[in-house]
Design a protein around this ligand. Structure first.
Ligand SMILES: *Cc1c(COP(=O)(O)O)cnc(C)c1O
Length: 379
């Protein structure tokens, strides 16, 4: 009898509390203190972007990106439907219309070959979402964006430590957004970052994040008083969050290696049975280095997926499906528009199941795999 295996189990490095104590000793609890600066530097050095800014969440980073895109009501933003609500909401909040297109059957990322035909005079932004930390076809997406003079905002919520042709996810488009939510690989409970690749956007990004004021310039001594200069909100997390997060960042390499080990163990162990049963395993294209954010299986039908999840639950293993496609959600129907048939999206929404994957699962994994095989055999 094994204990119940949760779908996710947040990993702690052990250094978080020490860092939080240090932040306490430093005496600065508000944001942009020493730990926030270390987190910024970690992201900038790893990804080569001009500027990183910690935020409360990836949702907050996407909202900032939508501000920076200078959208007018009725402007259109092309994105996949198979994604988290924040991908769309951030733009809807600016009066823009999400235009949902289908995903690729291999990576489950936005189908870049469909973007061109979804572009209208109102199109302003393309939002690639790097599903499972596997990169979208960024070369083609950037080419289309340049040709039509569109902005690219990467939803790299799942993409920390992943790359596409040696470039970090989140650092290829004009802007990128990371998530440090506890369900992601590198965590601070809630947390995120805006990655600014286009340096002309840096100053305004700082202002939007600081309630529409030029306070960041004031703290750098560049001006002698700060004032209200633009629209904005409060998007910066306090130092305790940054202190926690920096402990995770220092272990990011180890965390990623361990996750990759678990991912590969699933992949190898399940391969023969998946082939026999017509179950599709994840595909990582050449040129994409992923971070093992997720291990999923695509079952042949909704009925089989439902049965599989139930059979795993009977065996104390928590496996879960994923997104309800946004184009099919009540708000998506009201606030967005769909371009083209969404057959891959529909199929994946019905058939995808995510297996438990968290650092520390290694010891139990052989038994977890046995139970998964049992559950699959009975389908
Ligand atoms: C997790 C996630 C988000 C939201 O991240 P938060 O930090 O919780 O706001 C957005 N987009 C995608 C694709 C995600 O996976």
């Amino acid at each position: 009898m094994i204990l119940k295996i949760p779908f996710n189990n947040p990993y702690m490095t052990g250094k978080e509390l020490w860092n939080i104590t240090q932040a306490h000793v430093n005496g600065q609890m508000a944001g942009d203190g020493p730990f926030t600066k270390q987190c910024h530097r970690w992201i900038e050095e790893r990804t080569g972007i001009a500027k990183a800014l910690l935020t409360h969440s990836c949702t907050a980073a996407l909202e900032m990106a939508a501000f920076l895109a200078d959208l007018n009501p009725g402007d259109e933003v092309i994105m996949p439907s198979y994604t988290f609500v924040s991908t769309a909401n951030a733009f809807v909040m600016r009066g823009a219309i999400p235009v949902f297109i289908d995903i690729r059957p291999d990576t489950l990322n936005i189908d870049e070959t469909l973007i061109e035909s979804a572009i209208t005079e109102r199109t302003k932004v393309i939002v690639p979402v790097h599903y499972a930390g596997v990169g979208c076809e960024m070369d083609a997406i950037m080419r289309t964006a340049r040709w039509h003079n569109l902005m690219v905002i990467e939803d790299a919520a799942q993409g920390v430590m992943s790359s596409y042709k040696e470039r970090s996810l989140g650092a290829i488009g004009h802007l990128g957004a990371y998530s440090f939510h506890e369900t992601k690989n590198i965590i601070s409970g809630e947390g995120g970052a805006l990655l600014i690749n286009d340096p002309t956007l840096s100053e305004r990004a700082e202002i939007i994040r600081e309630k529409g004021t030029n306070r960041s310039q004031f703290f750098r001594g560049q001006i002698d008083k700060y004032t209200w200069v633009d629209v904005g909100s409060s998007y910066l997390p306090g130092e305790l969050i940054a202190a926690f997060l920096f402990a995770q960042m220092e272990e990011a390499e180890t965390i990623t290696q361990r996750r990759l080990g678990i991912w590969q163990t699933y992949h190898d162990a399940l391969s023969p049975l998946c082939q026999e049963k017509g179950i599709r395993q994840p595909i990582v294209p050449d040129g994409c280095r992923h971070n093992a954010h997720m291990y999923y299986l695509l079952l042949p039908s909704l009925e089989q997926r439902t049965a599989f999840i139930a059979r795993l639950r009977e065996r104390d293993i928590m496996a879960v499906f994923h997104y309800v496609p946004l184009h099919d959600a009540p708000a998506g129907k009201r606030l967005g528009r769909t371009h083209g048939p969404m057959s891959v999206t529909r199929h994946v929404a019905d058939c995808l199941v995510r297996l438990p994957l968290w650092v520390g699962l290694e010891d139990e994994q052989p038994r977890v795999i046995d139970r998964i095989m049992e559950a699959l055999h009975g389908l």
